[in-house]
Design a protein around this ligand. Structure first.
Ligand SMILES: [Zn+2]
Length: 496
């Protein structure tokens, strides 16, 4: 066996442990009895430490070096490239520091929970400061060229820098703030999705139906309920999604399902022979998010979608017969100056991210202090979105990410939105998107995504992938164009 084959075999071996970990983590979030919490957390800790130790072992390092000399095909070269990159990055973080990170973030999550319940940031402040200091230490160990925050961004969106991000954000923010102003000046449509009571069982059936229509393979997946919807890949042919149901809010559950369905289609489209290897994942967090956002917003919040889907949703909820497809379409695209990121519409969503990016970047570079976060948060909310949170729970304490220590992650959500729009305009050159949707033919859309995005998995860096798809680097202009075209139509406002 040559070194490449040996390397692949080792990765596939360690992937079995990863699979086990993914399965018990999925169970942790869905079916596990409440009292099992502590012991399960210990088991997760043990297995993840084992996986991490192997991924940073000298044995694996040696194999990667040998394989590098033998890589001849593009695929093998990509395997070695990403193997080496991941290995070296992980090696730079001392195990002791990583352990400290796990311990302090575990504590931080419990404290954050309490602080959020009591809506009091001061309870969380000291622990968050500890987490920030550890994250700064990690960034220093990992290294960066210009800005310490770049080291963190690179974990989630390889190649992205603070400078590039600021270049994207500046015109986008200006456009979005003005767009929200203009859209807010017209009358808000009636929210059909919140107007009636929607039976839970029927919602479950509807979730399955929409996933089926999108092309999700139920022979290789399943849907369950969890507090926070997510998608996880246990192994090849086992890609699971979760969602949540609220009888008073059909929009939330329906679009959560479609969103996770988009992630799941990406995972189901990753070639079997790549699974377990460093190339067997999505290209980046943001590319992954582009797939979920594409289905959620660009497909399922379009007028052709509702022209097609209205007669289907009527089979589950007759009340939809009282409304036209246009009315449902408008209701699915209500723009609001809202407090909570996860419930934000696609026009205000990126503004929520920009606020978090500003604060994170300043924290990591020690330009601001943790204790000043609530005040700064509220100032930025007023400036960007035009509302001030009445309390910490609906303000600075709403997201768990900082307690997790995942600084640098938030921008992926915004970049996902931008990628999805850029991918959409590339797709328009190849197929009649509106017509396909209106007749309920999602096959060609899915095949296109399979070909251009899914099958390529992580065989290249995200910047390379988007250039191949669209002929250009990532740009904010496509998202701006998308919002302009869609919302001018929706609300008869001029968004120039
Ligand atoms: Zn997502």
């Amino acid at each position: 066996m040559n070194a490449i084959e040996k390397l692949k075999k080792k990765y596939r071996w360690i992937y079995h442990f990863q699979s086990a970990l993914n399965l018990i983590e999925w169970d942790f979030e869905t079916h596990m009895p409440r009292k099992a919490f502590e012991k399960r957390a210990e088991a997760i800790g043990t297995i993840s430490t084992f996986v991490f130790q192997y991924l940073t072992s000298d044995e694996l390092g040696g194999l990667i070096n040998q394989a590098e000399k033998e890589a001849r095909t593009d695929e093998d070269r990509a395997i070695v490239y990403f193997a080496k990159k991941d290995y070296e990055k992980q090696k730079r973080i001392p195990p002791k520091l990583l352990r400290k990170f796990s311990e302090e973030t575990a504590k931080a999550q419990a404290i954050w929970q309490e602080a959020k319940e009591k809506s009091d940031f001061s309870i969380f402040s000291d622990q968050l400061e500890k987490v920030v200091e550890i994250v700064i230490e990690i960034a220093e160990k990992v290294g960066y060229e210009k800005n310490r925050y770049d080291a963190l961004l690179d974990f989630y969106e390889p190649g992205m820098t603070t400078e590039k991000l600021k270049g994207i954000i500046s015109p986008l923010r200006k456009f979005l703030v003005e767009a929200v102003d203009k859209i807010s000046s017209v009358e808000k449509p009636e929210d059909i999705f919140k107007k009636y009571k929607f039976d839970m069982q029927k919602q479950k059936e509807l979730s399955k139906k929409v996933l089926e229509i999108m092309g999700y393979d139920f022979g290789a997946g399943r849907v369950d309920v969890s507090a926070h919807p997510f998608t996880t890949t246990i192994s090849h042919n086992d890609v699971r999604v979760t969602t949540r149901y609220d009888v008073h809010d059909l929009k939330n559950s329906f679009y959560s399902t479609v969103h996770e369905g988009g992630h799941a289609l990406y995972e189901q489209g990753i070639p079997e022979e790549y699974r377990g290897l460093p190339i067997g994942d999505g290209a980046s967090m943001a590319i992954h998010e582009s797939q979920s956002r594409f289905w959620e917003n660009i497909v399922a919040r379009s007028l052709p979608f509702w022209k097609f889907f209205k007669s289907i949703i009527e089979e589950y909820f007759e009340v939809f017969k009282r409304h036209s497809a246009e009315e449902v379409w408008r209701a699915s695209n209500i723009v609001e100056r809202s407090l909570i990121r996860t419930e934000a519409d696609e026009v205000t969503y990126n503004l929520h991210i920009m606020l978090r990016f500003d604060l994170e970047e300043a924290l990591i570079n020690r330009k601001i202090k943790v204790k000043d976060l609530p005040g700064l948060w509220n100032e930025k909310m007023k400036e960007y979105i035009g509302v001030i949170p009445p309390n910490d729970r609906e303000g600075v304490l709403q997201d768990v990410h900082w307690a997790h220590g995942t600084f640098g992650y938030f921008p992926s959500y915004m970049l996902g939105n931008l990628y999805s729009a850029q991918i959409y305009y590339a797709m328009l050159k190849d197929l009649d998107f509106e017509k396909e949707i209106e007749i309920g033919n999602f096959d060609r859309i899915l095949s296109w995504l399979r070909e251009k995005v899914h099958k390529k998995a992580r065989t290249r860096e995200p910047d390379e992938l988007i250039k191949e798809i669209s002929g250009e680097e990532l740009s904010e202009k496509y998202f701006i164009r998308y919002v302009r075209e869609k919302y001018s139509d929706l609300f008869s406002v001029s968004l120039l």
